[in-house]
Design a protein around this ligand. Structure first.
Ligand code: NAD
Ligand code: UDP
Length: 313
């Protein structure tokens, strides 16, 4: 299989490239290095079946591939709100370009959509049948609505042009190789704790998220790509739900940090609760997460210790 990974130099993309190479794929990694970096795939550069292309998916590209994992899009609020017009262009024009490619070469394409399509959900836990509660004009909408349009485009290319599609709604995923400046909660908490700086809690810390370890999420993506007669959307996430305050306490415990907690105002439209219903992934893909937060967080902390050059205490 010749497999294209858009956003392949990002956090999830680089883990996916590794996994696909292990499974014998020829991997083309395409990235504009906005929130990803060459170093994430530097160890793959000499691999005979790996190729790295610098390209922005807002522009079309001609390639011959069998599979497309379409991940390119900044995922951290800090990054996707930096240039919101570019974010929505990436989701809309970028997805049209990738669907056009899939149509031309008859490749199967998987979209990494997001739990953000559910917005600040009024249904809990969230099932795939839930249509969501998204503010269309808020600061998160460049990302949320961008992904909703991307899902719409996937479905329309499927219905209109018979493109083979797969849609995965990924819930908060963390793990080694998140950037120090990523801005999402797990990396921010690990880095602050290891530096003994205050842990920044936005809001009162009672809001919840359900955290999946990167290997589990990647396994879900790979299973979904190879699933037959199932286009999704499917939730891929860990149903163990934690408050942000609980995540802070666990990070302090596992790092042995002396950091205090620093409370900041909640960002606008911050979802209050989030937890996937993964019945569909369990029944259709035989998938469920294997890594508990405590174990995955310990591995992630080890990664950040190394990145920051902080020896184990
Ligand atoms: P990331 O920011 O580390 O990776 C995104 C990659 O896409 C980066 O390498 C970036 O440089 C690249 N990119 C962005 N715009 C591009 C463009 N116009 N052209 C080419 N490349 C571009 O984020 P991630 O966590 O690895 O997320 C990967 C995908 O998974 C995203 O589509 C994201 O929406 C989705 N997702 C991730 C999570 C999560 O918790 N990690 C949750 C839900 C959905
Ligand atoms: N958050 C926080 N401190 C941080 C970063 C994030 O308290 O340093 C909160 C944020 O307000 C949200 C939750 O943690 O309630 C998850 O935020 P993240 O940006 O990781 O992901 P998302 O909101 O997109 O799920």
């Amino acid at each position: 299989m010749r497999t294209l990974v858009t956003g392949g130099a990002g956090f999830l993309g680089s883990h996916l490239c590794e996994r696909l190479l292990r499974e014998g794929h020829e991997v083309i990694c395409l990235d504009n290095f906005f929130s990803g970096k060459r170093e994430n795939v530097a160890h793959l550069r000499e691999h005979p079946r790996f190729e790295l292309i610098r390209h922005d998916i807002v522009e079309p590209i001609l390639l011959e591939v069998d599979r497309i994992f379409h991940l390119a899009c900044p995922a951290s609020p800090v990054h996707y709100q930096y240039n919101p017009v570019k974010t929505i262009k990436t989701s809309v024009m970028g997805t049209i370009n990738m669907l056009g490619l899939a149509k031309r070469v008859k490749a199967r394409i998987l979209l990494s959509s997001t739990s953000e399509v559910y917005g600040d959900p009024e249904e809990h836990p969230q099932r795939e049948t839930y249509w969501g509660h998204v503010n269309p004009i808020g600061v998160r909408s460049c990302y949320d609505e961008g992904k909703r349009v991307a899902e719409c485009l996937m479905m329309d290319y499927h219905r209109q042009n018979n493109v083979e599609i797969r849609i995965v709604r990924i819930f908060n995923t963390y793990g080694p190789r998140m950037a120090i400046n990523d801005g999402r909660v797990v990396s921010n908490f690990c880095v602050a704790a290891l530096r003994n700086q205050p842990i920044p809690i936005y809001g009162d810390g009672a809001q919840t998220r359900s955290f999946a370890y990167v290997d589990d999420t990647i396994d879900g993506l790979v299973r979904m790509m190879e699933a037959e007669d199932f286009i999704g959307p499917v939730n891929i996430g860990n149903p163990d739900e934690f408050t942000i305050a609980e995540l802070a306490e666990l990070t302090l415990e596992l790092t042995g940090s002396k950091s205090t907690l620093a409370y900041h105002p909640a960002p606008p439209d911050d979802p209050v609760r989030r937890r996937p219903d993964i019945t569909l992934a369990r029944t259709r893909l035989g998938w469920e997460p294997k890594t508990a937060l405590r174990d995955g967080l310990a591995r992630t902390i080890a990664h950040f210790r190394q990145e920051l050059g902080i020896p184990a205490s």
